[in-house]
Every structure is written in C-alpha cells, then in structure tokens.
Design a protein around this ligand. Structure first.
Ligand code: FMN
Length: 144
C-alpha cells in the first residue's frame, strides 16, 4: 500500500457546484481503482492524500497533476504505508476556513526540507500528524 500527499493552488475560486462535480468524478473513479483518501479545500488551495496500490497512486497523481482546475502542484509526502488512514472514504472532503488550512500547511511544512534534500523517505511522526489533522478537518467540515 502506498500514499501520496500534495498541495496545489485552485485555478479560480471554486464554487460549490464545481467542487461537487470534481468530487463526484473523483469518487466514482477512486471506487473503481480501490483508491481512498481525503481532499481539503480552503483559501483557494487543495491538499489531498491519495491511498492505494503504488502503481495506481502514481498513475492517478500524474493525471491529477495535469488537471487544469489547479496548478503549482507540490508533493508533500510520498511512500509506502502499512495501512490506509481513510479506508472508508473513496475521497473524504471538507471545505475549511483559511486559518484551518494554514494550520494544515504548518504541519505539512515539516516535510519540505527532507524533500528538497531529495529524500522522499517519509518522516513518520510528521506524516502521522498531517494525516490526523486532515482527518479531523474532513470530519468537522464534512461535505458531499
Ligand atoms: C484537486 C483535484 C483532485 C482530484 N482528485 C481526483 C481523485 O481523487 N481521483 C480521480 O480519479 N480524479 C481526481 N481528480 C480529477 C483528475 O484530475 C482527472 O480529471 C480524472 O481522474 C479523469 O481523468 P481523465 O480526464 O484523464 O480521464 C482531481 C482533480 C483535481 C483538480
């Protein structure tokens, strides 16, 4: 099992309708590919965790990264995992206030130095913190 977390900038202010369309498409495809995860939207940015078979996750990320609905897609964490954190969600979703998205960014930033050194080995403690925060947010701000 493998996971990947990224952050990106939404192309234009997403409306509830465009978000719902995106989510419905993502959930249908993810169910078919046994992909699970969470998508957080706030302050014009996305943070998403994708979980599944390594090949599937990498293929999906390559597709998502090219999607015109967002840009400046940056990988925050990537690597093998023992178990899924979002096993019961084809894609949990929450739209959160800007200050909550900032909290998420602060937690995630711990991973950036390792990435810049070219070491994608996941800092498990930080990774766990980030996934826990994402899970809190999608549960508190659950939508869709
Ligand atoms: C922020 C964001 C998150 C997305 N998440 C997923 C996802 O979890 N699963 C998925 O299949 N597509 C997701 N998509 C949509 C893909 O980019 C792509 O449109 C879709 O997989 C269909 O691929 P295709 O157009 O090449 O057929 C996401 C797009 C964006 C902008």
């Amino acid at each position: 099992m493998y996971h990947l977390v990224y952050i990106s900038q939404a192309r234009e202010n997403m409306t509830l309708t465009t978000l719902v369309v995106l989510l419905m498409q993502a959930r249908a495809l993810n169910e078919r590919h046994h992909v699970t995860g969470a998508l957080v939207y706030g302050a014009g940015q996305f943070m998403q965790v994708i979980e599944g078979e390594e090949e599937v996750v990498k293929d999906l990320y390559a597709r998502v990264a090219k999607d015109e609905r967002h840009y400046d897609v940056r990988t925050l964490a990537e690597g093998p995992i023992a178990t899924r954190s979002f096993a019961q969600w084809s894609m949990a979703f929450g739209e959160v206030p800007a200050d909550q998205f900032e909290v998420l960014c602060r937690v995630a930033e711990y991973q950036t130095p390792a990435q810049m050194a070219g070491q994608l080995a996941v800092n498990r403690a930080t990774d766990e913190q980030l996934l826990t925060k994402m899970k809190d947010l999608v549960q508190v701000h659950a939508q869709g």
